[in-house]
Design a protein around this ligand. Structure first.
Ligand code: A3P
Length: 278
């Protein structure tokens, strides 16, 4: 009978590459890799392993090129990708919207001060003679009173990227707030299963990623995985994730906290979540 045959054929469907249903759009150094690797534990999630950079660098290549970068999925599986630079790409909200206006967006955010130090630590690991963090983040002002380190250099990318309110305003011009999930980078470290439950519910997935998947590696100071699809033994993210940070002068930290305070307040208001950063 024809109908029965059709049904069999459908359930045996060959996996196909599809454009993403959900994107991790940022923020750089907030835990985007951890979030993606944890999500990949879910049998109904398939994600591109490396950052595709379609909506910032390769948009001119077209949606077919983008689709080819995706892993094959069966019906019912979610296709995903993470590229943290989308968060601050001015044209990204419009471009993402034109791909799929009902796409789901996820942004991981973290205290902008530790995010800046993390960003700096990454640069310092690639360049040996980088000035101290304090001397890059803060400048001496001769115009205003205040002495050394009186002014925060908001044009320095590690500082600038911690102003979350501005890019969020741009995303909210295209997408309703309910379509963007905000994940706390701090909670992703302290209680990964709880944060992952929020993500799974947001994506309409059964909550299968739970406490059983994680153990806390006290040497590394981060949650690690007991097993994953590619590795059956316990393992942590690579050594470029969860680096130890240099000592930063508390005066500089306090200056940065003061600098970020109004932007953080604005971000809490726009996102509807008080992240409680100091
Ligand atoms: P540090 O290396 O400065 O500690 P991203 O993947 O977006 O670049 O973010 C990197 C950050 O993810 C790390 O910054 C670390 O703090 C955070 N992170 C969150 N969960 C982690 C985990 N389980 N293992 C390692 N790093 C994790």
């Amino acid at each position: 009978d024809g109908n029965k045959y059709m049904r069999i054929e459908k359930s045996n469907q060959v996996p196909t590459k599809r454009l993403p249903d959900a994107l991790i759009i940022g923020v750089k150094k907030c835990g985007t890799r951890a979030l993606l690797e944890f999500l990949r534990l879910h049998p109904d999630v398939r994600a591109a392993g490396s950052e595709v950079h379609f909506f910032d660098k390769y948009y001119h290549k077209g949606f077919e090129w983008y689709r080819e970068k995706m892993p094959p999925t069966s019906e019912g599986q979610i296709t995903m990708e993470k590229t943290p630079s989308y968060w601050v790409t001015r044209s990204a909200p419009r471009r993402v919207y034109s791909m799929n206006p009902s796409v789901k967006l996820i942004a991981v955010v973290r205290d902008p001060v530790t995010r800046a130090v993390s960003d700096y630590t990454q640069s310092a690991s690639k360049r040996s003679s980088l000035p101290r963090f304090e001397d890059l983040a803060l400048v001496n002002s001769t115009v205003t009173w205040g002495g050394p380190w009186s002014v925060v250099d908001s044009s320095w990318p590690p500082v600038r990227l911690g102003i979350y309110a501005r890019p969020l305003r741009r995303w909210l011009r295209r997408f309703p707030r309910s379509r963007i999930l905000f994940i706390s980078g701090e909670r992703l470290v302290v209680d990964p299963a709880a944060e992952m439950a929020r993500v799974q519910k947001f994506l309409g997935l059964k909550v299968l990623i739970t406490n059983k998947h994680f153990y806390f590696n006290s040497t590394k100071g981060f949650p690690c995985l007991l097993k994953s699809e590619s590795q059956s033994t316990p393992h942590c993210l690579g050594k470029n994730k969860g680096r130890s940070h240099p000592y930063i002068d508390p005066v500089a930290i306090e200056r940065l906290r003061e600098f970020y305070r109004p932007y953080n307040e604005k971000f809490y208001e726009l996102s509807g979540i008080n992240f409680g950063w100091p």
